[in-house]
Design a protein around this ligand. Structure first.
Ligand code: PEP
Ligand code: MN
Length: 342
């Protein structure tokens, strides 16, 4: 059930609705939109009678929710959510460009990458410190040391940092450094981890699971919002299909579908989506044309020597070239990109 408040409902009106929900033994979630507040009810096992709310002062309408998710849906918030990341916005008119190495390897590699991606117009530096790898023998990341290097790079460049939280145990250390906490594809349905980031108020970028449907992705996001953290950014990073030629199949259909179903921003990750550097730019541009709110691109100063995902990482000069093309496509779909620093 969603209680849609009128545009001129007062704080007291909203509080009375929330108190009534609490008195019924349910949970109230206030969702602040541009022109009105909606209060979603969760925790109910059976249908809630709309008449209990529709007569209350300041209530426009009490509407049942037919979708399996309530808080991430457009019905709860018709306008797009803009996520504030310590002064930068994801989901606004400016595209969010997130770039950096798959894994943080050492200071020289990280700072060299950070500086080139910043100059090219990225405002977010990515880099994995804790790496969830398919093989236990593959490089697992330099862990706490990587977090310390990310902190240094953030101080030096002013870029916001996004890095992955692999498990509940290491989440506090990650959350201390990250401006955006990444939940990887392999963890999209790690419900304990989703609840743990839901208890924080830091932005979270939730990647689509390797074989997850769009609805499953939205339900995982719902776990985070249901704990009170509304700062969620979705990420399409490709799904497993019958096609083995590319690492994954980047599902660009998901972009307009998610835009229709949800108010949350969505980022495209063409690096994992296609898995080969010479296809990354084409899919990045396609993602922007499809309506994504930004890109996450793996960049490495020397991809041949990368400790993970070198085959899909762009060299700095190729990233700069891509950004110029991104600006052209962005203009065609009424979006902007940060300017290049000469
Ligand atoms: C990554 O971003 O480096 C990563 C491991 O991605 P995914 O979880 O999408 O595989
Ligand atoms: Mn990677």
């Amino acid at each position: 059930m969603l209680i849609l408040m009128t545009g001129d409902a007062t704080r007291e009106d909203i509080q009375r609705v929330k108190d009534k929900i609490a008195a019924l033994g349910f949970i109230a979630h206030e969702i602040v939109g541009a022109s009105r507040v909606a209060v979603a009810i969760t925790g109910n096992k059976t249908k809630v009678n709309p008449d209990l709310f529709s007569m209350m002062h300041g209530v426009e309408e009490a509407v049942p929710v037919t979708k399996p998710y309530k808080l991430v849906g457009r019905a709860a918030k018709p306008e797009n959510s803009e996520i504030d990341v310590d002064g930068e916005t994801i989901g606004g008119q400016e595209l969010a460009i997130i770039a950096g190495p798959c894994s943080v390897e050492n200071w020289d590699q990280l700072i060299a990458t950070a500086e080139v991606v910043k100059d090219a117009g990225a405002r977010f530096l990515r880099g994995g410190a804790f790496k969830p790898r398919t093989s236990p023998y593959a490089f697992q990341g330099i862990k706490e040391e990587g977090l310390a290097l990310l902190r240094e790079a953030k101080l030096k460049t002013g870029l916001k940092v996004i890095t992955e939280a692999k498990d509940v145990e290491t989440l506090p250390a990650v959350a201390e450094v990250a401006d955006v906490i990444q939940i990887g594809a392999r963890n999209m349905q790690n419900f304990s981890l989703l609840e743990a980031v839901g208890d924080l108020r830091k932005p979270v970028m939730l990647k689509r699971g390797i074989s997850a449907t769009i609805e499953e992705l939205l339900m995982s996001a719902e776990y985070i919002l249901a704990r009170g953290n509304m700062n969620v950014i979705l990420c399409e990073r490709g799904i497993r299909t019958f096609e083995p030629y590319t690492r994954n199949t980047l599902d660009l259909n998901a972009i307009p579908v998610i835009k229709k179903l949800s108010h949350l921003p969505i980022i495209v990750d063409p690096s994992h989506g296609i898995g080969m550097w010479d296809g990354v730019s084409a899919m990045a541009l396609a993602g922007i044309a499809a309506g994504a709110d930004g890109l996450m691109i793996e960049v490495h100063p020397n991809p041949e020597a990368a400790l993970s995902d070198g085959a899909q990482s762009l060299r700095p000069d190729r990233f700069r070239e891509l950004m110029q093309r991104v600006r052209a496509v962005a203009a065609a779909v009424d979006r902007t990109v940060a300017v290049e620093i000469a």
